[in-house]
Design a protein around this ligand. Structure first.
Ligand SMILES: [Zn+2]
Length: 122
């Protein structure tokens, strides 16, 4: 005789999956990469920036990320920098969340596959 089946949606793992998934609702605009703040030396000979690190120009902001194995740098205005910094944190949050959802999915899928197999008539 077959065991009565627990509805898939009622298992603790399935509930955890739903909980994690609802975290996506709080997701804001996101972008891949890291925002860097740089102080630069200029091209003028004799400028103090060449000898004194405190006299370097800037700050200049850049968004840096990898695309097709290459590092891409995008210049950002000082006004844009905080926007992109927040967006890059959102991206990290998304990646973490996706990673957790994937792990949980794998466990659930394995269990479902086992269950489906055990319900095959001999
Ligand atoms: Zn200079």
């Amino acid at each position: 005789m077959a065991r009565p089946r627990t509805p898939i949606s009622a298992t603790p793992r399935a509930q955890r999956f739903q909980e994690l998934k609802s975290g996506l609702d709080q997701l804001e605009y996101f972008c891949k990469g890291t925002v860097l703040k740089r102080m630069m030396k200029c091209g003028k000979t004799g400028c103090a920036c060449h000898t004194d690190p405190d006299k370097r120009h800037g700050p200049y902001f850049e968004l840096t990320y990898k695309a097709n194995g290459k590092t891409v740098n995008v210049k950002l205005s000082p006004e844009a920098a905080p926007l992109y910094r927040a967006a890059s944190l959102q991206y990290r949050k998304l990646k973490t969340l996706l990673g957790r959802l994937e792990k949980l999915s794998q466990i659930i899928l394995r269990n479902q596959a086992k269950q489906a197999q055990s319900q095959q008539p001999d």
